[in-house]
Design a protein around this ligand. Structure first.
Ligand code: GLP
Length: 268
């Protein structure tokens, strides 16, 4: 895992975007980038940086595929707070990813079985697209990834999950009252997320420090779903100073941030 710490919001966004673009080059095949997309405030700067790369001719998402991490159950895909609508306005319209190439889990159905079947099909759709090359992630204050709440199986697949009370409270600001916040969701599983070529997680602010310390340096545990990053061979965690305050190995991360560029190949 690489832990990169920026000293401003704009630096965090730039570092994250560089790592997304490099990940698409490293894990892509052909001209069709396949991105995993996260909602939330954490990756917004990163999406703006990707848009800048498009304007500069360094990236092109007009033929890309985007797979959302998660979706609420019980609200229409056209509901302004659905993750589909959120991703259309915060990602598609920003980086130039066509709406018809945005895939989101199906959160509406006549029966639970219908939603379960659609969730299984979602994993198949990711595989049919050749797999996600770079998965963009935020992290919940309780350590959740996507909507894999604490207690989620570490090898889980896309499926229905109950939202944690803390998550519903955190997200109530987007709805008209806590009772209108969905109780369930469909989320990519932790096992699904781990299949992406590269993971790029962005976290900022003191409210994420505890979750980041547990995810990056704590034991691998379903109690902190973010700790599955430790299993991934190409995970990049991009933080601001506030989100990094709980890390014990900070000095090492700073030394290692230079990558292989300052390696001494011949010492005698
Ligand atoms: C939601 C999303 C997560 C996201 C989290 C953190 O719960 N399902 O994917 O990481 O919010 O959001 P924020 O970045 O706004 O703190």
């Amino acid at each position: 895992m690489r832990v990169l710490i920026g000293n401003s919001a704009s630096q965090v966004a730039k570092i994250a975007a560089e790592n997304v673009l490099a990940g698409l080059t490293a894990h892509g095949s052909g001209n069709t980038p396949v991105l995993g997309l996260a909602t939330g405030s954490s990756p917004l700067g990163l999406y703006r940086e990707l848009a800048q790369a498009v304007r500069e001719g360094k990236a092109d998402f007009s033929a890309a595929r985007g797979f959302a991490l998660d979706e609420y159950i019980g609200i229409r895909a056209t509901h302004p707070q659905s993750y589909r609508q959120t991703l259309i306005s915060e990602v598609c319209n920003v980086i130039g990813l066509p709406e018809h190439f945005l895939f989101t889990p199906q959160g509406l159905g006549e029966t639970i079985e219908e939603i379960e079947a659609a969730a299984a099909n979602y994993d198949q759709a990711i595989a049919a697209a050749g797999g996600i090359q770079v998965q963009i992630l935020g992290i919940g204050a309780n350590g959740h990834l996507g909507f894999n709440e604490p207690g989620s199986a570490l090898r889980s697949r896309t499926r229905i999950k109950r939202l944690a009370a803390k998550t519903r409270q955190d997200n109530a600001r987007f709805f008209e009252g806590l009772e209108r916040v969905p109780t369930h969701c469909v989320t990519q599983g932790l096992g699904t997320i781990l299949e992406a070529g590269r993971l790029v997680l962005v976290a900022t602010g003191a409210g994420k420090a505890e979750a980041i310390a547990a995810a990056v340096e704590g034991p691998l545990s379903a109690s902190c779903p973010g700790s599955v990053l430790q299993l991934h061979p190409d995970a990049v965690v991009v933080l601001d100073e506030a989100a990094a305050t709980g890390l014990k190995l900070r000095d090492y991360y700073d030394d290692a941030a230079a990558g292989l560029s300052n390696m001494q190949l011949h010492l005698d």
